[in-house]
Design a protein around this ligand. Structure first.
Ligand code: FAD
Ligand code: SF4
Length: 471
């Protein structure tokens, strides 16, 4: 039977409707579509897709189960390697990971199997059809503390709890989930999915203490005094970078982290929110990653009349996932590529110092760029075109040009080594320069991906288990 050359399309909300609501854009495969997509898989003997997955999910095996209509069996295979399949099926950059290695793409120049879409289908099917809580493992008496409840912390906690450890997660914010709840918007990752994963951990006995900032409320050393025998730091990279250009302190300039947190976590999209946010007007988001796409599409849904992405390189170098870029374009976001801000302009009425618009953003001076010689990573360097500056009329500017690990834990923990970018230094098992203290995820690597953070949580859980078993 001839193989269908393209992936089965993902049903989605129509762009003109979804641009005005926060409900999920991609609606997921039905069982019928999933079965048809699974039939495209060749069940390759050399399993190239598995090597493309950072946690080595046994992809051909779970797809084979789908072919046999055994969706629960497929879930059991995926969950052997991934703690958050419903999350990864939605947000992993499969096009540069497992799907980039698929034989259909590499050898036959067809579209790869829709591995991510199938993973999401299986995880959603399990959530909707199987409500049996995971069994509570027998305690082994050892206490482990986890700092941060993002994907690295949740994965580490889950793996240790399954082995019988008494695990407590300390989270600075009032809700667990890390970037999955405060960063990635509801229209890409419904918060109920993350909440369900956290509930699953609690059912296994994991304790989650929110509103506790390690380094302020409690230090790493105080956690030892409380009887914890090992600690995992998964505190992420939540410190936003700014460009250092004039005007960044004007009202109406946000970091993407602040803007998304206000919308996602503090529910600023409601009509009378306790936490205000700029709604409407003309918005520019500076940057080209997933964070920039999320901020731009959130601004649109909050009622902006016009949203620009201002990115200093071309579409080819733009790092966001292709699917997110296509969705943003379909929704009407305008891409100003090869453009770079030089100054944010503020409103100033010299005749009326009490004019409420004083001190607010009114525009941005932008310079056009061209691509020059490649940099050390091989990406062509953007070079300003002299004399090409122009002004963009704006009410709000959102900076999405990267984040760094927060220095709080480093500055309150003696002997914890960090590199020059603020990332905690670890060995291959996730051990830091302090005995019994492990780290992983964005706190180590700087801003990266959900799956790499989960992988690091897994590695650290294994090391902690070995450390405490031999102690
Ligand atoms: P985080 O998810 O950042 O979690 C860290 C947690 O630690 C937070 O809850 C924080 O509040 C808490 N914390 C910090 N300091 C302390 C402290 N001192 N005490 C207690 N708790 C503390 N990746 C993808 O793979 N695909 C995507 O599509 C994607 N989109 C993204 C969109 C946005 C808007 C953002 C911001 C990131 C995106 N990422 C994406 C990246 C991905 O979300 C991160 O790489 C991943 O969440 C890192 O996980 P983590 O566990 O290391 O940290
Ligand atoms: Fe199936 Fe593609 Fe993996 Fe081969 S490489 S087993 S076709 S998903």
């Amino acid at each position: 039977m001839a193989i269908v050359r393209t992936k089965h399309e993902m049903p989605t909300q129509a762009p003109e409707i979804r641009a005005h609501n926060f409900q999920e854009v991609a609606l997921g495969y039905t069982a019928e579509i999933a079965l048809e997509e699974a039939k495209r898989c060749l069940n390759c003997k050399n399993r190239p897709c598995v090597s493309g997955c950072p946690v080595n999910i046994q992809i051909p095996d779970f797809i084979n189960k789908i072919k046999q209509n055994d969706f629960e069996g497929a879930y059991q295979i995926i969950s052997g390697d991934s703690a958050l399949p419903a999350v990864c099926g939605r947000v992993c950059p499969q096009e540069t990971q497992c799907e980039s290695k698929c034989t259909l793409l590499v050898n036959a120049k067809m579209e790869p199997v829709g591995i991510g879409r199938l993973e999401r289908f299986v995880a959603d099917w399990h959530r909707e059809n199987n409500n049996e809580p995971a069994p509570r493992p027998e305690s082994n008496g050892h206490k482990v503390a986890i700092v941060g409840s993002g994907p690295s912390g949740l994965t580490c906690a889950g793996d240790l709890a399954r082995k019988g450890y008494d695990v407590t997660i300390y989270e600075a914010l009032h809700t667990a989930g890390g970037v999955l709840v405060y960063g990635i918007p509801e229209f890409r990752l419904p918060k109920a999915i993350v909440a369900k994963e956290v509930e699953g951990l609690k059912a296994m006995g994991v304790k989650v203490e929110t509103n506790v900032v390690i380094g302020k409320t409690l230090t790493i050393d105080e956690l030892y005094d409380m009887g914890f025998e090992a600690i995992f730091i998964g505190s992420g990279a939540g410190l936003p970078n700014f460009m250092g250009i004039p005007g960044e302190s004007l009202n109406g300039v946000y970091s993407a982290n602040e803007f998304l947190t206000r919308s996602n976590l503090m529910k600023a999209y409601l009509d009378n929110p306790e936490t205000p946010i700029m709604k409407g007007g003309k918005v520019a988001v500076v940057g080209g990653g997933n964070v920039a796409m999320d901020a731009a599409r959130t601004a649109l849904r909050l009622g902006a009349e016009k949203v620009y992405i201002v990115y200093r390189r071309s579409m080819e170098e733009l790092p966001a996932r292709r699917e997110e870029v296509e969705h943003a374009e379909e929704e009407g976001i305008e891409f100003k590529l090869l453009n770079n801000p030089v100054e944010i302009l503020g409103y100033n009425n010299p005749d009326d110092r009490r004019d409420p618009k004083n001190g607010f953003v009114k525009g941005m001076r932008v310079i056009r760029m061209e691509l020059g010689e490649p940099d050390e990573k091989g990406r062509r360097r953007p070079v300003p075109i002299q004399g090409s500056e122009y002004e963009l009329d704006l009410d709000c500017v959102i900076m999405a040009i990267g984040t760094s690990p927060n220095p709080l834990i480093k500055s309150t923990t003696k002997g914890l080594e960090v590199n020059r970018r603020g990332g905690i230094v670890v060995d291959e098992g996730g051990l830091t320069s302090r005995e019994g203290v492990y780290a992983g995820g964005d706190a180590v690597t700087g801003a990266a991906t959900v799956i790499s953070a989960m992988g690091a949580g897994k590695v650290a859980a294994k090391s902690i288990d070995e450390y405490l078993s031999n102690k």
